[in-house]
Design a protein around this ligand. Sequence first.
Ligand code: SF4
Length: 105
Amino acid sequence: MTLLLELMAPFEARVDMPCTDEDPEMFFAESPSDIELAKLICGDCPVRNECLAGALSRREPHGVWGGQLFIAGEIVARKRPRGRPRKVVEPEPAVELPTRQEYAA
Ligand code: SF4
Protein backbone atom coordinates (compact mmCIF):
# COMPACT_ATOMS: atom_id res chain seq x y z
CA MET A 1 0.00 0.00 0.00
CA THR A 2 2.88 2.35 0.79
CA LEU A 3 4.31 1.79 -2.71
CA LEU A 4 0.94 2.58 -4.26
CA LEU A 5 0.69 5.80 -2.27
CA GLU A 6 4.23 6.76 -3.34
CA LEU A 7 3.38 6.10 -6.97
CA MET A 8 0.16 8.11 -6.76
CA ALA A 9 1.69 11.10 -4.94
CA PRO A 10 2.64 13.06 -8.11
CA PHE A 11 -0.84 12.54 -9.53
CA GLU A 12 -2.58 13.65 -6.37
CA ALA A 13 -0.34 16.71 -6.12
CA ARG A 14 -1.21 17.43 -9.78
CA VAL A 15 2.41 17.68 -10.76
CA ASP A 16 2.85 18.47 -14.43
CA MET A 17 4.93 15.57 -15.76
CA PRO A 18 6.12 16.20 -19.34
CA CYS A 19 5.74 12.53 -20.34
CA THR A 20 1.96 12.70 -19.89
CA ASP A 21 1.77 14.87 -23.02
CA GLU A 22 3.90 12.50 -25.11
CA ASP A 23 3.49 9.18 -26.85
CA PRO A 24 4.41 6.55 -24.22
CA GLU A 25 6.02 4.44 -26.97
CA MET A 26 8.80 7.04 -27.22
CA PHE A 27 10.00 6.03 -23.74
CA PHE A 28 10.35 2.41 -24.89
CA ALA A 29 11.40 3.06 -28.49
CA GLU A 30 13.81 1.02 -30.59
CA SER A 31 15.23 4.12 -32.22
CA PRO A 32 18.21 5.62 -30.36
CA SER A 33 17.14 9.12 -31.43
CA ASP A 34 13.66 8.62 -29.95
CA ILE A 35 15.23 7.39 -26.72
CA GLU A 36 17.47 10.46 -26.57
CA LEU A 37 14.42 12.66 -27.12
CA ALA A 38 12.59 10.90 -24.27
CA LYS A 39 15.58 11.52 -21.99
CA LEU A 40 15.52 15.17 -23.03
CA ILE A 41 11.81 15.40 -22.18
CA CYS A 42 12.52 14.03 -18.70
CA GLY A 43 15.01 16.84 -18.17
CA ASP A 44 12.30 19.35 -17.24
CA CYS A 45 10.30 16.99 -15.05
CA PRO A 46 9.74 18.13 -11.46
CA VAL A 47 9.58 14.51 -10.21
CA ARG A 48 12.60 13.29 -12.12
CA ASN A 49 14.52 12.11 -9.03
CA GLU A 50 11.49 10.35 -7.60
CA CYS A 51 10.78 8.72 -10.96
CA LEU A 52 14.33 7.40 -11.17
CA ALA A 53 14.28 6.20 -7.56
CA GLY A 54 10.98 4.44 -8.18
CA ALA A 55 12.28 2.74 -11.31
CA LEU A 56 15.35 1.54 -9.44
CA SER A 57 13.32 0.23 -6.52
CA ARG A 58 10.88 -1.55 -8.86
CA ARG A 59 13.79 -2.90 -10.91
CA GLU A 60 12.31 -1.66 -14.14
CA PRO A 61 13.69 -3.82 -16.95
CA HIS A 62 13.33 -1.39 -19.87
CA GLY A 63 12.48 2.15 -20.82
CA VAL A 64 13.35 5.71 -19.96
CA TRP A 65 12.66 6.59 -16.34
CA GLY A 66 13.86 9.71 -14.59
CA GLY A 67 15.92 10.68 -17.62
CA GLN A 68 17.87 7.42 -17.62
CA LEU A 69 17.68 4.53 -20.05
CA PHE A 70 17.15 1.07 -18.58
CA ILE A 71 18.06 -1.99 -20.65
CA ALA A 72 17.82 -5.45 -19.07
CA GLY A 73 17.48 -3.76 -15.68
CA GLU A 74 20.69 -1.77 -15.99
CA ILE A 75 21.15 1.95 -16.61
CA VAL A 76 23.04 2.45 -19.86
CA ALA A 77 24.28 5.65 -21.42
CA ARG A 78 23.04 5.09 -24.97
CA LYS A 79 20.93 2.67 -26.93
CA ARG A 80 22.69 0.92 -29.74
CA PRO A 81 20.96 0.63 -33.09
CA ARG A 82 19.69 -2.82 -34.07
CA GLY A 83 21.72 -5.16 -36.20
CA ARG A 84 25.14 -6.68 -36.29
CA PRO A 85 27.99 -4.30 -35.49
CA ARG A 86 30.13 -3.32 -38.44
CA LYS A 87 33.56 -4.86 -38.78
CA VAL A 88 35.04 -1.47 -39.52
CA VAL A 89 33.81 1.00 -36.96
CA GLU A 90 33.08 4.38 -38.47
CA PRO A 91 32.52 7.41 -36.29
CA GLU A 92 28.82 7.97 -35.70
CA PRO A 93 27.40 11.22 -37.01
CA ALA A 94 26.37 13.61 -34.28
CA VAL A 95 22.67 13.37 -33.50
CA GLU A 96 21.00 16.74 -33.74
CA LEU A 97 18.50 16.91 -30.93
CA PRO A 98 15.98 19.70 -30.75
CA THR A 99 15.93 21.86 -27.67
CA ARG A 100 12.93 21.50 -25.41
CA GLN A 101 11.55 24.76 -26.79
CA GLU A 102 12.03 23.67 -30.42
CA TYR A 103 10.36 20.35 -29.68
CA ALA A 104 7.39 22.05 -28.03
CA ALA A 105 6.90 24.40 -31.00
S1 SF4 B 1 11.12 11.73 -15.18
FE1 SF4 B 1 9.53 10.13 -15.12
S2 SF4 B 1 7.63 11.20 -14.68
FE2 SF4 B 1 9.12 12.71 -15.38
S3 SF4 B 1 8.84 12.94 -17.59
FE3 SF4 B 1 10.41 11.37 -17.29
S4 SF4 B 1 9.32 9.40 -17.25
FE4 SF4 B 1 7.80 11.04 -16.93
